[in-house]
Design a protein around this ligand. Sequence first.
Ligand SMILES: NC(=O)C1=CN([C@@H]2O[C@H](COP(=O)(O)OP(=O)(O)OC[C@H]3O[C@@H](n4cnc5c(N)ncnc54)[C@H](O)[C@@H]3O)[C@@H](O)[C@H]2O)[C@H](O)CC1
Ligand SMILES: [K+]
Length: 504
Amino acid sequence: MEILDSVQMASADKYTIEKIGIPSTVLMENAASGIAEIIKNLDVKKDKIAVFAGSGNNGGDGITLARKCYNAGYKIDLYLTSPPEKLKGDPLLNYNILQYYPVRIFNAFEDKLLEDYDIIVDSIFGTGLTRPVEGKYKSLIKKLNELPGFKIAIDMPSGLAGNTNAVIGECFRADVTVTMCRAKIPHKIYPAKKFCGKVEVVDISIPDFAVASVKPYIYEITENNIEKLNKRESDSHKGKFGHAVIIGGSAGKTGAALMASKSCAKAGAGLTTTVIPSALNLAAELGNPEVMSFPAGSGDYFRENDAKDVTEFINDKTVAAIGPGMGRNDKTIEFIKQIIAATNLPLVIDADGLYGLDQNDFEKLRFRSIITPHIGEFARIVNKTNEEVINNKLELVREFSTNYGIVTVLKSADTIIGIPDGTIFVLNTGTPALAKGGSGDCLTGLITSFVSQNCTFKNSAVYGVWILGKTAEHLTNIYNERTILVSDLIDNLWIEINELYRNN
Ligand SMILES: NC(=O)C1=CN([C@@H]2O[C@H](COP(=O)(O)OP(=O)(O)OC[C@H]3O[C@@H](n4cnc5c(N)ncnc54)[C@H](O)[C@@H]3O)[C@@H](O)[C@H]2O)[C@H](O)CC1
Ligand SMILES: [K+]
């Protein structure tokens, strides 16, 4: 599904009203009907409802909803943030209609809140908000957050802006957010996502082609749109699924290279070899019997002198991952730079593999690489603070991927995948069980495995993130979010891989 920003939403809205001719009043009526339907189906007490409505169209949705809620038999009070004389357009039309209904109408700032409401509906600001709320609006939102009732935001929790995932100021904390047509950026991406609660999307008759006309470039990957895995031909042999290489390990971190390699083999690479500093080779030989190893150099970490042998070894392979557990020794960094310069192989680069890279190295990775940084690693790459990355992750990932022609997988609770044509994919899979050392190594192995099996870079990245996240969800449901080890994830990768085969 597309994720829109507020400008795109307004354009799709305009297209529907002006080009197709569906009146805006109909859209508002549909929005209110959709929201009322969701309220009816909520499993919470809903005898007394308070709607807080602003003067714009978001307020208009709330005013119209008041009528729908009355029709459904709820006791409903409306609190306006502006005098009725200031209303115009559809909000005014619906306000005038509401005069015929026995709904009590108050001023949100001047009148006292009358009783304890079961449900508080926030329709103060929607996609029209672009700057932080101040003054009496700020105080009102604070006050609403302190009320005990169940909280529903219409379109967006008031205080969030529709074109950013950053929390720009005080905002309503919703249990449920009901949005129209498509989810917007703050609904799907942290930190704003945290304020939205469960997000429900209602159809208000804006057709798909009106959405397509605004050229969406952000998509959420879900069960419904993830590409299924192809069944293997019955006469397949291992040569068909590539030879994947995992270059990693250093004294104390050998396990990272082993976990990445095992994940790679488990997800279906034809052959997997761990390239490992030779002093650690025995661990690789004994630790992963299904995986081959290539002992490099003579020490317990990689040095630049090892690059020649390693390059010769990997050059006829299908894909190499660089990074798991390599450490950050200057000589190792030089080794990585030389590998990047001396080969044209598809590369997946993670963790320590990214640490010493500069613009020059990234230039050499154009159209053949996937990088998988977490927030801190990406902040270092793009020379920003962690905070700046968190609040601008879409723009920064998009800029990096398009500038360098590199697929970027920015790992966090909502993983963002940027591809070189400027498209962004968002995956909200996973649980806090993944907040543990080694999860990233598993992801690197998975992505490398799918590249080895000839999947596109985009699909390889998507499969890696999806399978790891879904496996964590599955195991968290059975066990809990603390006691799951990466080896448990690896053992259970088959469950989600089975799901990806389904219906194919
Ligand atoms: N296609 C759809 O999704 C439809 C959505 N609808 C609803 O319409 C709103 C957007 O309405 P709009 O009138 O453009 O904006 P808002 O109601 O969000 O509010 C704008 C209003 O508030 C003023 N304002 C903005 N920021 C601030 C601020 N920080 N402090 C004070 N005042 C502020 C601004 O000047 C405007 O006057 C959308 O979210 C949906 O809920 C339609 O119902 C149908 C189609
Ligand atoms: K709102």
